[in-house]
Ligand binder design. Structure first.
Ligand SMILES: [Zn+2]
Length: 451
C-alpha cells in the first residue's frame, strides 16, 4: 500500500488546484480474469452475493482463451456456457470490461502478458500501433457478435507500451487500471481518485486496493485497512479486484467492510463511457458518437444496465458514410449502435422496428394510440378540406350569380334613363363621341360584357 504522505499530498492537491470536491467516497469492485475456462458456478455465485447486497460491479473478460502449450483455443462465440455466464453477470448488475483479446502472447490466457514482453522488458508491439489495434478490433468483434458490450478497458497485467495506450484510447474513453507512465514494468501509477483525462486522454477509474490474495498477505483486513487510509483523500476511492477461484467469503468480507466504512459502490453506467470501432459504438451517459457505415443498415439498441432490451430500431434502407448521434442516457441505460448487413423484414408486426428513433415510442399500446391519433387527424383534415372547398365553390357561384343580377340591374339603370332622354341617336354617334360621354362609356362596357 502506498504511503500516507502521498495520500495527504493527493488530498492537498484539491486546495492547491482550487478544485471543489464532495465528501463522497466511491467503491468499485471487479471480478477479474474471466475467460472460457473459468468455473461458471463460482462466478454466478459471486454475482448473486453482490446483487443480494445491492452492489453494482464490473468484471473483466477475455473473449478468446488460448494456451500455446496445449494448442487449445476457445472463442466466446463457440462456447455457449461462457456466453451464458457473461450474460448472467450482466443480468446481476455487472458491467463488462474488455481485458485483452487473448490475455496472452506465448503462454496461457490470464497467466501471460498480451502487450508486454517480460523477457525483453519492452512492449511486444515495439511502438507499432498495428499489433494492439488488430487485437482490440478482433476482441470487440467477437464481443459484439455475441452481444456482450464492454464499457471500458483494463490492460492485461497493467503492462503495455505508450503507443498501445494510445491505441486503447482510440477505442475506449474509459480504462480501469493503474498505468505505466514510462516503458518500465512495475512503474504503473496509483491514483486515489478518478482521473478525468490522463496523458492518453482517457478517463481512468482508479484501482486503489489491489486484489485479494491471502497468500501474499492481502487478506480482507489488509484491504480494509488501506480503504480506511483512502478516506483521508477527498473523493478517495476504494477500488479492488477479486478472482472467483478464491473463497467467496473473502469477497463479501471486503464488500461488507467497505459499506460499513461509508463507501458507496458505483457502477460504470454512472459515467460517460464510449467504446468505438468503425461501425460499432457502445455509450453510456452523455456522448457524441459517430459510425462509419458502408452500405449497411443502422441498428440502434437501448439496453438496461442489467442487459434487458429496452428499445430497438433499424434504418429502413442501407446507409453509407458518417452517421452522428448525440447520446444522452439515464444512469441505468446503455446505447448500442452498429452497422449491420441484414435487417428484419418490413412487415406490420415489426413496424415498430423502423419508426424514427426520435419518437421514443416503444410499447405496442403507445404505437396503436399514435396510429389511431394520426388516422383521426387525417380524417378531420380530409373533412375540413372538403367543407372548405364546398364553401368556396358555393360562394364563387353566389358571387357570379350576384354579378349577373347586378349587371342586369346596371343595364336597366343606365339604359332606361338614357333612352327616353337621348332617344336612339347615340347609337349612331361616332366612336370618339361616344367615348367622351361618361354615362355611355359605362353603359357600353356593361353592354359589351354581356354580349
Ligand atoms: Zn488479467
Amino acid at each position: 500500500m502506498e504511503g500516507g504522505a502521498y495520500l495527504a499530498f493527493a488530498d492537498v492537491l484539491y486546495d492547491f488546484m482550487n478544485k471543489a470536491a464532495t465528501e463522497e467516497h466511491p467503491a468499485f469492485v471487479r471480478l477479474e480474469d474471466i475467460h472460457a475456462k473459468r468455473d461458471a458456478s463460482s462466478l454466478r455465485r459471486a454475482a448473486d452475493l453482490l446483487a443480494e447486497r445491492g452492489v453494482p460491479f464490473a468484471f473483466t473478460y477475455t473473449p478468446v482463451y488460448k494456451n500455446e502449450a496445449t494448442g487449445e483455443s476457445i472463442f466466446l462465440g463457440e462456447d455457449p456456457v461462457f456466453q451464458d455466464t457473461l450474460r448472467y453477470l450482466v443480468s446481476k448488475g455487472g458491467s463488462p470490461i474488455l481485458h485483452g483479446y487473448t490475455h496472452q502472447h506465448s503462454g496461457e490466457t490470464a497467466v501471460d502478458f498480451e502487450f508486454w514482453d517480460p523477457y525483453r522488458d519492452g512492449p511486444i508491439g515495439e511502438g507499432d500501433p498495428v499489433y494492439a489495434s488488430a487485437r482490440v478490433e478482433r476482441a470487440l468483434h467477437e464481443s459484439f457478435l455475441n452481444e456482450i458490450y464492454p464499457l471500458a478497458w483494463t490492460t492485461p497485467h497493467y503492462a503495455a507500451g505508450q503507443t498501445d495506450y494510445d491505441v486503447f484510447s482510440h477505442f475506449f474513453t474509459t480504462a480501469v487500471e493503474r498505468r505505466m507512465p514510462v516503458e518500465l514494468y512495475g512503474s504503473d501509477q496509483f491514483f486515489p481518485y478518478l482521473i478525468k483525462s490522463d496523458m492518453h486522454h482517457q478517463i481512468l477509474i482508479p484501482e486503489t486496493l489491489g486484489y485479494v490474495n491471502p497468500d501474499a498477505g492481502r487478506d480482507p483486513e489488509a484491504l480494509l485497512a488501506d480503504a480506511k487510509a483512502m478516506k483521508v483523500v477527498r473523493e478517495g476511492w476504494a477500488s479492488f479486484f477479486f478472482h472467483t477461484f478464491l473463497d467467496l467469503n473473502l469477497l463479501t468480507e471486503v464488500v461488507d467492510g467497505l459499506k460499513a466504512q461509508g463507501y458507496r459502490f458505483v457502477s460504470l453506467t454512472e459515467f460517460n463511457n464510449k467504446v468505438t470501432t468503425k461501425d460499432r459504438v457502445v455509450a453510456t451517459g452523455i456522448n457524441e458518437v459517430s459510425l462509419h457505415l458502408d452500405a449497411q443498415y443502422k441498428h440502434e439498441k437501448t439496453l438496461s444496465a442489467t442487459g434487458e432490451l429496452v428499445d430497438e430500431n433499424f434504418s429502413f434502407g442501407t446507409m453509407s458514410g458518417q452517421v452522428d448521434k448525440y447520446v444522452s442516457m439515464s444512469k441505468n441505460e446503455i446505447q448500442v449502435l452498429e452497422g449491420v448487413y441484414r435487417r428484419p423484414r418490413f412487415t406490420w408486426s415489426n413496424l415498430h422496428l423502423f419508426r424514427p428513433a426520435l419518437t421514443g415510442v416503444s410499447s405496442p399500446v403507445a404505437l396503436a394510440l399514435l396510429f389511431i391519433g394520426m388516422l383521426t387527424l387525417v380524417t378531420f383534415l380530409v373533412i375540413w378540406i372538403y367543407l372548405i372547398t364546398r364553401k368556396t365553390v358555393a360562394s364563387a357561384r353566389n358571387i357570379a350569380t350576384r354579378r349577373e343580377e347586378k349587371s342586369d340591374a346596371l343595364h336597366l339603370r343606365v339604359h332606361r334613363p338614357l333612352l327616353p332622354f337621348r332617344g336612339h341617336r347615340h347609337l349612331a354617334l361616332p366612336a370618339v363621341q361616344r367615348a367622351a360621354d361618361p354615362f355611355r362609356v359605362h353603359a357600353r362596357f356593361v353592354v359589351g360584357k354581356r354580349a
